[in-house]
Design a binder for this molecule. Structure first.
Ligand code: ADP
Ligand code: MG
Length: 360
């Protein structure tokens, strides 16, 4: 009942500009400001230097800090949800070490930036959790289908895909494929899914399609990892609305934090309108190149902002991780003793924290 109310509310005019798809989000003043700022964005080094500045410490907004450094343009009024989101993230900072992990868990791997390691994390964290004897389902929610191929499933052999689940109400079990890794399953994506972003717009309860589909298999998997596409459109909203938690991969590169405010605002919007249970479980630093000062600076800055929300495990940039998908294998199988495999196993331990298995 409650979710139907949320749904009705969710279909109101007010939220269309947020959830109406990729293009419409650019109508928000914040987005405009972000893109205006992009060319003059200060270097990470500058931002790091200012973290002791009392003005900076008083604020919860990453963007404000950047503005403070720049002194120009003058900071515009803050959009309401962000400071609360960041504040709540910090307030729950101790959570990672204390709170018990209760299974089953559905986790979206989300960041609207492309190439930050979402798919790599969904596949390899999934495989590492499966190695720990958890039953794991990876849902490929990206029309590119990289998680699908990365787990050794050829698009040509796919009979039912996540598109059929979302658009045609196909039973999710019928669209689930086993992988070469024991306990690891995938709901594949094909290029059809690219159309879903548009086809969903007029659909009834369009934000809750995936949530309802996953209700059919509640409790069948210990972990369900949703590999979200690089946008904040309806597919990502479906992922977030269906999830208990979000894990945000952040690439240890220049502009690492760019767009993060908008992601957190969207998480807050989905939480308040569609899915009150949603929270950010953790942030994982990916593609860490120990030879660069920049990676170290990004790590320092992200940890300064998000504290214990950031997993201790940092995924290194390694050739083996980037090679594994072309062999259709997680790196834990492709090169079981490589640094990348070890990192994802450590991450799996941090994410699962020895939680009791529900199944198998
Ligand atoms: P996203 O899903 O966020 O777009 P991907 O996981 O597809 O990002 O990663 C983008 C590219 O970077 C891919 O080619 C992937 O193989 C590569 N990559 C991801 N993580 C690593 C890593 N730790 N080391 C080396 N290459 C990586
Ligand atoms: Mg991806």
């Amino acid at each position: 009942m409650a979710s139907d109310d949320a749904l009705a509310e969710g279909q109101g005019q007010g939220r269309k500009r947020w959830f109406g798809g990729r293009g419409s989000t650019s109508e928000t003043p914040t987005q405009e400001r972000e893109s205006n700022m992009a060319p003059t964005e200060p270097g990470i080094e500058e931002s790091v230097k200012t973290t002791d500045d009392p003005v900076v410490e008083e604020t919860d907004d990453i963007r404000v800090e950047k503005d403070a450094v720049e002194a120009e343009p003058a900071p515009a009024p803050l959009p309401a949800p962000l400071p609360e989101t960041l504040a709540s993230l910090r307030a729950r900072g101790g959570e990672q070490s204390d709170d018990e992990v209760v299974l089953p868990l559905i986790i979206s791997i989300a960041n609207q930036k492309g190439g930050v390691g979402k798919t790599t994390t969904a596949v390899n964290l999934g495989a590492a959790l499966a190695e720990l004897d958890y039953r794991v389902l990876v849902i490929d929610l990206n029309p590119q289908g990289n998680a699908t191929t990365g787990m050794g499933i050829s698009h040509r052999n796919v009979e039912g895909s996540i598109y059929d689940v979302i658009m045609n109400d196909a039973p999710i079990d019928d669209c689930t494929e086993p992988t070469s890794v024991k306990n690891l399953f995938v709901v594949p994506a094909t290029i059809d899914l690219a159309g879903a972003e548009i086809e969903l717009v007029p659909a009834f309860s369009r934000e809750l399609k995936l949530r309802r589909a996953l209700a059919q298999i509640a409790g069948s998997y210990d972990f369900t990892l949703i590999d979200c596409p690089p946008s904040l459109g309806l597919l990502t909203v479906n992922g977030l609305a269906a999830s208990d938690d979000v894990i945000v991969p952040i690439q240890c590169e220049y502009y690492a934090l760019e767009g993060l405010g908008q992601l957190l605002r969207n998480v807050a919007l989905v939480k308040s309108n569609l899915n009150p249970a949603l929270d950010v479980r953790g942030i994982v630093l990916t593609m860490y190149d120990a030879r660069t000062k920049l990676a170290e600076q990004v790590e320092r800055e992200v940890r300064a902002h998000f504290g214990a929300k950031v997993y201790r495990t940092v995924v290194p940039r390694t050739v083996r991780i980037s090679e594994a998908p072309s062999f259709g294998q997680p790196v834990t199988v492709f090169d079981s003793t490589s640094r990348g495999a070890l990192a994802y196993r450590e991450l799996a331990k941090e994410v699962s924290r020895g939680a009791t298995r529900r199944s198998g």
